[in-house]
Structure formats: structure tokens, C-alpha cells
Design a protein around this ligand. Structure first.
Ligand code: CA2
Length: 138
């Protein structure tokens, strides 16, 4: 069975609780339960942290023994050379995802340190961005 992990960065633990106009009203754990029930032929693990170094440690931990990483580095996408370097250093392919269309938002969200090292990028489909990323491993 293919092993995938979804890694979420800072503030994504607030999904469903704040700013539903941008990020929707479903919590990530509710969404994850739905996805796990739908894609039973994958093992889908989940990790969320608000701390940059913890995200880097997790990429190192999974980056040589998982089949895929689905990464929403949230605001660190636009600032973290460290996360970009970690994505480049690991063997496991990384799909970058974003819930909102970052290109229709502020200029600082148009930059990504993850994209150059990602296998692919899925942006702007709400939580469905994660599902599309999972489907790319079918
Ligand atoms: O659209 C995305 O997925 C983002 O990665 C979300 C980040 C943002 O900094 C990126 O530019 C785009 C922010 C995540 C904040 O999540 C919240 C969820 C609910 C309430 C407030 C923030």
C-alpha cells in the first residue's frame, strides 16, 4: 500500500474556525476523515505544525520512506529557504498545495520557495486541492 503524508504549516490548525470566506468551514480533521474513507488503498498520515523547524524535521523523517508528500507550508511557502532546501534534499516527491488561489491575493503570496523543488503544484481549489494531489499518486 502506498504511504502518503499531508503536511500542513502554520495556522492551518484553525481551518473551519476562522476566515471561512477564504478557507471554508470544514475543519481539516473532518476533511481528513472523509479522504481516508474514500482512498482506502493509500495510507494517509497527517502532520501539522506552526514551527518551521518541526516541518523541516518531518520532511527529513518521511522523505526517504514515504511514496509521496502533500505539502501546504502555508505562510512559510513565501519565506522559508529552509523548507525549500528540505524539499530539494529529500527523495520522496512533494506536491505543493494551497487552498486559496495565492496568485489572486497579495504580491508576497506570489513567491514560493517550495515550487522550484516540487513535483507539481495545485493551487486554489479549496480543500479539493489536497484530494487532487492524492489522485496524482493513483
Ligand atoms: O491558501 C493556502 O493554502 C495558504 O497556504 C494558506 C496560508 C497562506 O499564508 C498562504 O499564502 C496560502 C494561511 C493559512 C492560514 O490558515 C487559516 C485558516 C483558518 C483561519 C485563519 C487562517
Amino acid at each position: 500500500m502506498k504511504k502518503l503524508i499531508i503536511i500542513n504549516g502554520p495556522n492551518l490548525n484553525l481551518l473551519g474556525k476562522r476566515e471561512p470566506n477564504i478557507y471554508g468551514s470544514l475543519s481539516f480533521t473532518e476533511f481528513l476523515d472523509e479522504i481516508k474513507a474514500k482512498y482506502t488503498h493509500f495510507t494517509i498520515d497527517y502532520f501539522q505544525s506552526n514551527i518551521e523547524g518541526e516541518l523541516i524535521d518531518k520532511l527529513h523523517e518521511v522523505g526517504f520512506n514515504y511514496d509521496g508528500v502533500i505539502l501546504n507550508a502555508a505562510a512559510y511557502t513565501h519565506t522559508s529557504i529552509g523548507i525549500g532546501d528540505a524539499v530539494s534534499a529529500i527523495e520522496t516527491p512533494v506536491i505543493e498545495v494551497h487552498i486559496s488561489n495565492t496568485f489572486s491575493r497579495e504580491d508576497f503570496r506570489h513567491v514560493s520557495y517550495v515550487s522550484p523543488n516540487a513535483k507539481g503544484v495545485i493551487i486554489g481549489f479549496g480543500l479539493q486541492s489536497y484530494e487532487l494531489a492524492i489522485q496524482s499518486f493513483l
